[in-house]
Design a protein around this ligand. Structure first.
Ligand SMILES: [Zn+2]
Ligand SMILES: [Zn+2]
Length: 323
C-alpha cells in the first residue's frame, strides 16, 4: 500500500456545516464520509458532494449519535449509493437517530460497530480505528476515532471524544504522531488535553464550529494549547469549507491557516490573534499578560486572545505587567 502512489492523492473536505461536523475524503475514486452535520445541513452536504461528481459513498462513519453529527444522515443515506456504514455502540432514542436507522434499514446496508484496532478499507489509504477503546457512558467519549494514513501523511478524525477516550487511546496505541488533527468536540475544553495534543503533535489543526455558537467553541484554552504544540489552525467558522490535499508526501490547504507563534513567519495579520495570550483573574477581575509574575491560580484563570474583549468583559489591566 505504501510502495507507490498511483492515484491522484487524498482530498479531505471539512465542509462548513456550522456548529457540527461533516468531512468527506476522496482517494482513488472512493469516497468516505465522516458525520453528516446537523438537521439543517442537508442542503449543504448533498449538493457539495454531488458537485464533486460523487454518486457513491463507499464508507460512511457516524462517529456518535448526537444531532450535530447525524442530523442530515438519513437524507444523505437516501441520496447516494452506500457501501459500508460504521457506527459506535452507543445509541439514543431521539427522532433524528430513529430516522437514520430507518433510512439505513430501507437501504439494506449492514451496520458495522468497529472495535479499536480494526481496519477500514478505503482506496489506497490505511485506515485504523483507534477509538473508542472501550464502551463509555458518555456518548462523546464513545465517538469512533479513525487515523487515516496515506503514504507519508497522516490524518486523525476524533468526533467529539473527550479526555477519557483520549487517555485510553494514548495508553493503547503507539506512533500517534499525525500531520492533520480534526480537533475533537468543536474545540471544547472537555477534549484536547495537553498530553493528547503533545502525543499527536499535529502540524495542522482543523476546528469545525459555528460562527458565534452558544458553546463559545473553540475555547481560548484549546486555541492556546494548539498554539503551544505549534499547530497551524483552520476554523470553519472563520474560513468556511477547508480543503486539505495530500500527495502522499506533503499536505496543502485551499487557504492559509492561523500560524502559531512557535513557527511564526511575517504574516502579522493572521498571527495577531494567537500571538499574545491575556489571562484574567476571575476573582479580582485583573487582566495580566501570560508572562506576569502575579498570575492567578489555575482555577481562577480565564484566557483571552484580545485585550479589547477582556476590557469589554470588565477586566482591569494589571499595573505590573501593564497589558
Ligand atoms: Zn457530541
Ligand atoms: Zn459535536
Amino acid at each position: 500500500m505504501n510502495a507507490n502512489i498511483e492515484d491522484d492523492g487524498l482530498e479531505v473536505y471539512f465542509m462548513d456545516v456550522g456548529q457540527a461536523d461533516s468531512i468527506l475524503l476522496i482517494n482513488s475514486n472512493k469516497a468516505m464520509l465522516i458525520d453528516a452535520g446537523d438537521t439543517d445541513a442537508e442542503d449543504i452536504i448533498i449538493p457539495y458532494i454531488k458537485s464533486l461528481g460523487i454518486e457513491k459513498l463507499d464508507v460512511v462513519i457516524f462517529t456518535h449519535p448526537h444531532k450535530d453529527h447525524i442530523g442530515s444522515g438519513s437524507k444523505v443515506i437516501e441520496s447516494f449509493y452506500i457501501g459500508k456504514i460504521y457506527m459506535s455502540s452507543k445509541t439514543t432514542t431521539t427522532k433524528t437517530f430513529e430516522k437514520l436507522l430507518d433510512s439505513i434499514e430501507l437501504k439494506g446496508v449492514d451496520l458495522i460497530i468497529p472495535n479499536a484496532g480494526d481496519k477500514i478499507e478505503f482506496g489506497n489509504c490505511d485506515v485504523t480505528v483507534l477509538g473508542p477503546v472501550k464502551e463509555y457512558n458518555e456518548i462523546n467519549d464513545n465517538s469512533i476515532v479513525v487515523k487515516v494514513d496515506y503514504n507519508d501523511t497522516k490524518f486523525l478524525f476524533t468526533g467529539d471524544m473527550e479526555e477519557n477516550s483520549e487517555k485510553d487511546i494514548i495508553d493503547t496505541f503507539v506512533n500517534l504522531d499525525v500531520d492533520v488533527l480534526k480537533v475533537a468536540h468543536h474545540g471544547s475544553e472537555t477534549s484536547s488535553s495537553y498530553v493528547f495534543l503533545r502525543e499527536v503533535s499535529p502540524k495542522y489543526a482543523v476546528i469545525s464550529c459555528g460562527i458565534d455558537n452558544d458553546y463559545k467553541h473553540p475555547q481560548e484554552k484549546i486555541l492556546s494549547r494548539l498554539n503551544d504544540v505549534g499547530a497551524e489552525i483552520f476554523r470553519t467558522d472563520k474560513m468556511g469549507t477547508i480543503v486539505a490535499k495530500s500527495n502522499g508526501k506533503e499536505i496543502t490547504f485551499n487557504q492559509a491557516g492561523i500560524k502559531s507563534s512557535n513557527n511564526s513567519d511575517n504574516d502579522k495579520d493572521t498571527n495577531q490573534m494567537l500571538d499574545i495570550t491575556y489571562i484574567g483573574n476571575l476573582n479580582s477581575k485583573k487582566l495580566h499578560l501570560d508572562i506576569c509574575k502575579s498570575l492567578p491560580s489555575e482555577k481562577n484563570k480565564v484566557y483571552f486572545n484580545s485585550r479589547e474583549k477582556a476590557i469589554k468583559d470588565g477586566y482591569e489591566p494589571c499595573s505590573q505587567c501593564n497589558p
